[in-house]
Design a protein around this ligand. Structure first.
Ligand code: OOG
Ligand code: NI
Length: 459
């Protein structure tokens, strides 16, 4: 039996081979990422691995796909379920500033810390909302729903194998090979001709609407390696002549600990595609639907930490609007230095970030104290950061936007369709995990284990 984590690891490799063959700039990105990670290891030694071993970070990828309907998303959930990846978090990008995107999203990823350590592959998955009247009028909604209902993204054999893998906890070698082949093929760029008039009509509303609803298949639109120093990566890519987006999204480069997620991207080259013209003839054209992205991960923040983070972002926006001639990064660094604790220990003490607690190797002899602060300062316990495994809605919208060629249209006088996490869970027939709960569970489990090891009561 090939267990889910091996299926997941093999799938991530398959997808990387596929994507590297289709988008050569991706291979450059991986090459530069490897160099950057090696440089950080050489400069910082073991400390560089505080947020993940070099092995994990080197293998780590996230991908992104986009689908059109709850039924399609439910099928995606079956395929990723076979790989031990479960819907996690809810991101509504329809109100994103400065440019709204007509989708809601979740991320499929492993939950258990051991599973993440084996292979942390995750896929940011977005679903179009044709029912949102701010983007689509009633006539276009109807035609979109009709178009989407008529297409098949995933062959029945793939879905059956996925269900079997999930039920049996894996697949035999020959079924696994077949499953991986069908799964990877489902995310390849299709050579099916694109209906030019339909694609263009949707593009006027949003490049994301045409990318999802203008074609009869889905495709992986980026595959993101993880680096230990995204600032180094950014300048290294530029010096190889690859034009990066204007900014690194997320927290600034600052003197304190890395928190949450920093990301940046570049537009991939246009790819040749077949188009069906109004007169029925097949012509050639180009589409730029795929891109490159890279990320650096930091410590997961608690709800209180996340609230503070959101305030820092808002404060940076305010200062940017008021102060001429300053850059966002520059102002963000200033705001962070003023308001975010500059060490892991302070983040821990103030309850702003998640840590796992392990028994200190050189702990003192005698009876341990009962409270956590005393256990930490006395060296009984050591706090290790829990890495952020999820996404940031504002950065996600920024990544979508930086790769769209025009701004599209939205009529804010119209009604938004109501979509939330509970709705999404209901229509795909699976629970959607809350990221905060997963981090808290890991922290709590570590505290229980540590208490047991020190002979303290469980709380
Ligand atoms: C997804 C964009 C979001 C991220 O890393 O935040 C994303 C997409 O373009 O489909 O991948
Ligand atoms: Ni991404």
């Amino acid at each position: 039996m090939i267990p889910p984590w091996q299926l997941r690891a093999r799938f991530a490799v398959r997808l990387a081979e596929l994507y590297g063959g289709e988008v050569p700039a991706y291979n450059t990105l991986v090459e530069v990422s490897t160099e950057v990670n090696q440089r950080v290891m050489d400069a910082r030694g073991g400390d560089a691995e505080r947020l993940g071993s070099l092995d994990r970070v080197t293998a780590e990828r996230h991908g992104a796909i986009r689908v059109g309907t709850p039924a399609e998303l439910a099928q995606v959930a079956r395929i990723f379920g076979a790989l031990g990846m479960y819907p996690t978090g809810f991101y509504d990008l329809r109100d994103a500033q400065p440019q709204p995107i007509p989708v809601v999203s979740t991320a499929f990823r492993p939950h258990d810390p051991e599973e993440l350590a084996r292979n942390p592959f995750r896929v940011f998955t977005s679903m179009l909302v044709p029912q949102d009247r701010r983007f689509f009028d009633a006539d276009l909604q109807r035609r979109l729903e009709h178009f989407l209902a008529a297409r098949t993204l995933f062959p029945a054999e793939l879905l059956e194998l996925a269900d079997r893998a999930e039920a049996d906890g894996g697949l035999t070698e020959s079924d696994a090979a077949r499953f991986l082949e069908l799964a990877a093929a489902s995310f390849a760029l299709s050579d099916e001709p694109v209906d030019r008039a339909w694609y263009d009509e949707l593009s006027e509303i949003s490049g994301v609407a045409s990318d999802i609803g203008g074609v009869t298949s889905t495709h992986i639109n980026h595959l993101t390696p993880r680096v230990l120093d995204i600032d180094d990566l950014y300048t290294s890519m530029q010096s190889r002549g690859i034009e990066m987006i204007a900014e690194i999204q997320g927290p600034p480069d600052w003197a304190g600990p890395d928190v949450l997620l920093r990301q940046t991207s570049f537009r991939a080259l246009a790819e040749r595609r077949a188009f069906r013209e109004a007169d029925g003839s097949i012509g050639e054209g180009e589409l730029r639907v795929r891109f490159g992205e890279v990320e650096q991960r930091g410590i997961a923040l608690t709800p209180a930490g996340r609230e503070l983070f959101d305030e820092l972002v808002a404060e940076t926006d305010r200062r940017l609007a008021e102060q001429q001639g300053r850059t966002r990064v520059d102002l963000a660094r200033e705001v962070w230095a003023e308001r975010l604790p500059g060490t892991e220990a302070e983040l821990e003490r103030e309850g702003l970030a998640y840590f796992r607690y392990v028994v200190g190797e050189s702990r003192p002899a005698g009876d341990p104290p009962a409270d956590l602060d005393a256990l930490l300062t006395g060296g009984w316990l050591v706090a290790e950061p829990i890495v952020y495994e999820d996404f940031l809605p504002r950065s996600a919208a920024g990544i979508f936007n930086s790769n769209l060629s025009d701004s599209g249209s939205r009529d804010t006088t119209q009604d938004a369709a109501e979509r939330d996490q509970a709705w999404l869970a209901e229509v795909i027939g699976r629970p959607i995990a809350e990221p905060f709960e997963l981090y808290a569970a890991e922290r709590d489990a570590s505290l229980r284990d540590a208490a047991a090891a020190l002979g303290l009561p469980a709380d």
